[in-house]
Design a protein around this ligand. Structure first.
Ligand code: CA
Length: 227
């Protein structure tokens, strides 16, 4: 039975989807009114399809889709956007980001079911061939995952790895990293940075080699080393 995760803050819209899917009796539906801890939910529930509202209170569904597509452990789950925006430009944007389809509210039950069936038939979304690092960092919730497993980082370690991951393949100088990741820590030294790097490497396990030391300069996260 296909499992569908509905991310929708609006109760009446959620009810309409529940009613539509209930007509088939062939779906397992779970609803998340807010997208916090979405990645954890995806890993637990393992949906075959996500129905994602673009206009969530305090959240932008497009941003959430980007996060899903960036995370190697969940980026192949098809996503149908549910939206009140009907402009062509918005539609193009949704599909560019990797949405599999797009449904403008209000929609009928039969239309929703037809779209869901079509997307499920087409199979899972194929992620573009970029180096699969298995690393995913959510800067808002400050959660990190490596190969779908939670990566437990201390706050400073999280900052350092996020900075390196935002600049893949670039060597960042020690003092630049220190300055950017420890604004409140006046006694931060290159030595404490080296210690944090050592801890991060330990936590990266088999992928520790992607975090390279550039002697006398700094550090670099080199995802190309994975290929
Ligand atoms: Ca909404």
């Amino acid at each position: 039975m296909p499992r569908v995760l509905l991310v929708e803050d609006d109760d009446s819209a959620a009810k309409a989807v529940e009613k539509s899917l209930g007509m088939e009796k062939g779906f397992i539906l779970k609803r998340l009114p807010r997208p916090e801890r979405l990645i954890s939910n995806l890993l637990d529930f393992k949906p075959d399809l996500i129905l994602l509202d673009i206009g969530l209170a305090d959240f932008d569904g497009r941003q959430i889709l980007k996060e899903i597509r960036r995370n190697a452990s969940v980026n192949d789950i098809p996503v149908i956007f549910l939206t009140g925006l009907s402009g062509e430009k918005d539609k193009a944007l949704g599909l560019d980001l990797g949405a599999d389809d797009y449904l403008t509210k209000p929609f009928g039950a039969l239309e929703l079911l037809a779209r869901i069936r079509a997307v499920l038939r087409r199979g899972r979304f194929r992620a573009p061939k970029t180096p699969q690092t298995g690393l995913f960092m959510n800067l808002e919730s400050r959660e990190a995952f490596l190969d779908a497993k939670p990566l437990k980082l201390r706050p400073r370690e999280f900052e350092i790895l996020a900075l390196l991951a935002a600049n893949p393949g670039k060597t960042l100088e020690r003092f630049f990293i220190i300055e950017r990741t420890s604004p409140y820590e006046s006694n931060a030294s290159p030595r404490s940075l080296d210690a944090h790097i050592k801890n991060i490497r330990k936590k990266l396990g088999k992928k520790a080699f992607t975090l390279e030391t550039i002697p006398k300069v700094g550090y670099r996260l080199n995802f190309d080393a994975l290929q």
